[in-house]
Structure formats: structure tokens, C-alpha cells
Design a binder for this molecule. Structure first.
Ligand code: SAM
Ligand code: SF4
Length: 357
């Protein structure tokens, strides 16, 4: 379905949990957050049934996110169910990678199409500082082990034939020195390493993100890179790129690519194709928008106990279709992260662990 600005909306990001096994400094408070009550979280049956309704309106790609999606039990079966849903062509996952190795065989069996692994550093001390893993690091050892786990899962996923992207959010004074070593992962592996401008949401507003030009100048110390798309990878013949908003670069002799997502300095709202669904069933048309439309009561037909729903009855489905259409129609023309960086308060009620990035 097209929105009122003519954009085709075919991509849904589904957060399956607000829980996480990390506490990234730009995302979560040190002591975590008060988790949403279990009964308020949509069951996998409800989410699958809801995604089938989205598919009727033209959603073709679903990204499963969180919190940390792999902390929710039964995730591979949910992915398999999405893959069986008529109209849904692609199911991908965004994870911090800690539990990826453990679940990789089941995810491959489920038919997962691609995985994004969030990794902001290859240095154990910086990893501990950013993720607070294991929340009170006394020495480098535990973070070291966690990093090894993530990198090993990354290599296994790539060699198993899964499309792999690494996502890093560069932050001034925190992981600037990690940009080049992370980028170099794409020299040896056929993966895309992407750098995302920090969005001033919630806790992130108190950090200063690097902008695309600053990131590029760091990367260019590692080789001569040429752009291979312009933030629209649809025409580019490469199985790694997908259809996201990144501008990709390649260098001679590198197996993979480097991507830059200039969400703030350049923006890509004119091509935005996505909606976001939170774990408790709120639908949001834009990361920066205050609007969130509750779908849970519609899915449950007013029964808030959260009974399993494998198919939504026709009358309820019509109401859901109408509600989703209205959200798509009201999708704003662009995000409102106005002052580039250092917006301390404007979006402080919005959090990435809740919306799923
Ligand atoms: N836990 C999973 C993970 O880390 O991949 C999925 C959820 S996490 C919120 C999704 C992505 O959002 C991560 O890559 C994270 O780095 C990114 N993220 C979180 N806060 C951000 C911010 N303020 N600006 C840009 N990206 C952010
Ligand atoms: Fe957890 Fe992902 Fe947020 Fe880090 S960015 S705290 S891994 S949800």
C-alpha cells in the first residue's frame, strides 16, 4: 500500500520483546528497565496472525527485532511461521549476536533470510564500556568471551550462507577508534559492515554521534572506496545489500562492502518504506513520531488475557485493516530529528529497546 506521499510501504519491523541481555549506554539505563507485563506482550500466534493481515496490505519484508529478540523463547518457530505466511517474502533478524551461535542451526532451519549483528567495537574493554556486559565488568575477561562468541557466530552465519550485516553506531569519544577495525571485517568476509548515525532518541541524546562524512574519512584510511549505490540498492546486483537506506561502498580486493546510514545528516525519508510494531502491539509510522496506535485490543477482540490467536476472525480483521491503513496514510513526510545532534529532550520518551531500532 502507498502512503499519502506515494511511498510504497512494504517493510515491517516487529519487536518481539523489550528485554535484553545487554545494557548499551545509548539505549538502556544501567539497571535495565521495568519490563512490560508478560500478558501485555503479543504471543507469537498473535504476531503471526497480525503479520498475515499486514501482508494483505502489501508488507513483504519483516525484520524481527527487540530488545534482544533471541532472549524470547521459541523465536525460530516464529520465524518459520512468518516464512510460511502468504505474501511475506523475506524474514530477517537484528540481534546483538550473543545468543546467535546457540540458535543458528534452528534459525537456518526456519528459513531466516538474513541477520544484522549489532557490534560497536572489537575491543573487549570498549565492548564492556558500551554494553555494560556483564553489567559490572571487573576485568576484560568476560567481555572478551562475549566478543569471541559474537564473532564466532558471525563467521558461522556467513559460512552457512546467511546474508550478514554488521551494524555499528559510532559515538564521539567512545568507539571512534573502532571504525577502521570493524570495517576491516569486510575485507576478509563477504559481509556488509554498516555504520549508522546515532539518532537522538532517549539516552542517546546525551551522546554525540559521528556523522557520515566523519565516518567515511576514518574508513578511507583503510583503502580506496567507491560508492556502489546511492542509498537505493534495488538495482545493485549483490546478494548482501538488501533494500535498506544505506549507501554502500566497495574497495578493490575486499570481499564485502561498507555501508553508511546517514539517518540524520542526509536522511532517507523520501524513500522510507517501513512501519514499526512494538512487542505490546503499538504500531508506529516513524521512529521520531509520537504517534503509536494500539492493535493489541483489536487482535484480542477485547479479551486482554492474551489467548492464543492463530487466525483473526473476519470482523476483527476488517477493523485491523482499517486501522493499519489509517496509520500508513498518516505516516509523516519526514522524521523530526531537527537539530542534527545534541537534541537533549525532544525524543526522550522514545527508546530504541522499545521500538527495536
Ligand atoms: N538488541 C538488538 C540489537 O542490538 O541488534 C535489536 C534491537 S537494537 C535497539 C537495534 C539496533 O538499534 C542496534 O543496532 C542498535 O545499535 C541500534 N540503536 C539503538 N539506539 C540507537 C540510536 N539512538 N541511534 C541509532 N541506532 C541505535
Ligand atoms: Fe539491547 Fe540492542 Fe539496546 Fe544494546 S542496542 S541494549 S543489545 S536492545
Amino acid at each position: 500500500m502507498r502512503d499519502s506521499f506515494g511511498r510504497e510501504i512494504d517493510y515491517l519491523r516487529v519487536s518481539v520483546t523489550d528485554r535484553c541481555n545487554l545494557r548499551c549506554i545509548y539505549c538502556m539505563p544501567p539497571d535495565g528497565v521495568e519490563w512490560k507485563p508478560h500478558a501485555g506482550i503479543l504471543s507469537f500466534e498473535e504476531l503471526t496472525a497480525l503479520c498475515a493481515v499486514f501482508a494483505e496490505l502489501g508488507i513483504r519484508k519483516v525484520k524481527v527485532t527487540g530488545g534482544e529478540p533471541l532472549v524470547r523463547r521459541g523465536l525460530p518457530s516464529f520465524i518459520a511461521a512468518l516464512k510460511r505466511t502468504a505474501g511475506i517474502e523475506q524474514v530477517t533478524l537484528t540481534t546483538n549476536g550473543l545468543l546467535l551461535g546457540e540458535h543458528l542451526p534452528a534459525l537456518l532451519d526456519a528459513g531466516l533470510d538474513a541477520v544484522n549483528i549489532s557490534l560497536d567495537t572489537l575491543d573487549p574493554v570498549t565492548f564492556g564500556r558500551i554494553t555494560r556486559y556483564p553489567y559490572h565488568t571487573e576485568n576484560g575477561a568476560p567481555a572478551n568471551k562475549a566478543l569471541e562468541q559474537i564473532l564466532s557466530a558471525l563467521r558461522s552465519a556467513s559460512s552457512a550462507g546467511l546474508r550478514v550485516k554488521v551494524n555499528c553506531v559510532p559515538i564521539a569519544g567512545v568507539n571512534e577508534e573502532d571504525i577502521l577495525p570493524l570495517a576491516a571485517l569486510a575485507r576478509e568476509l563477504p559481509i556488509a559492515v554498516r555504520f549508522i548515525e546515532l539518532m537522538p532518541l532517549g539516552r542517546a541524546a546525551s551522546f554525540e554521534g559521528l556523522n557520515a562524512l566523519e565516518i567515511l574519512s576514518r574508513i578511507s584510511e583503510g583503502g580506496v572506496f567507491a560508492p556502489i549505490n546511492n542509498g537505493d540498492s534495488s538495482g545493485v546486483e549483490n546478494r548482501v545489500l538488501g533494500n535498506g537506506p544505506a549507501v554502500y561502498y566497495a574497495a578493490h580486493g575486499w570481499q564485502g562492502q561498507i555501508g553508511i546510514i546517514a539517518a540524520i545528516s542526509r536522511g532517507f525519508c523520501e524513500r522510507c518504506n517501513r512501519l514499526r510494531l512494538s512487542a505490546d502491539g503499538y504500531l508506529s509510522p516513524c521512529l521520531s513520531s509520537a504517534s503509536k496506535t494500539p492493535l493489541r485490543a483489536l487482535v484480542r477482540g477485547g479479551d486482554e488475557r492474551g489467548l492464543p490467536v492463530s487466525r483473526i476472525p473476519a470482523a476483527r480483521k476488517d477493523a485491523i485493516l482499517e486501522t493499519i491503513r489509517a496509520v500508513i496514510f498518516a505516516k509523516p513526510q519526514s522524521h523530526s530529528f531537527s537539530g542534527i545532534y545534541n537534541i537533549k529532550t525532544e525524543h526522550s520518551d522514545k527508546t530504541m529497546w522499545n521500538i527495536g531500532g
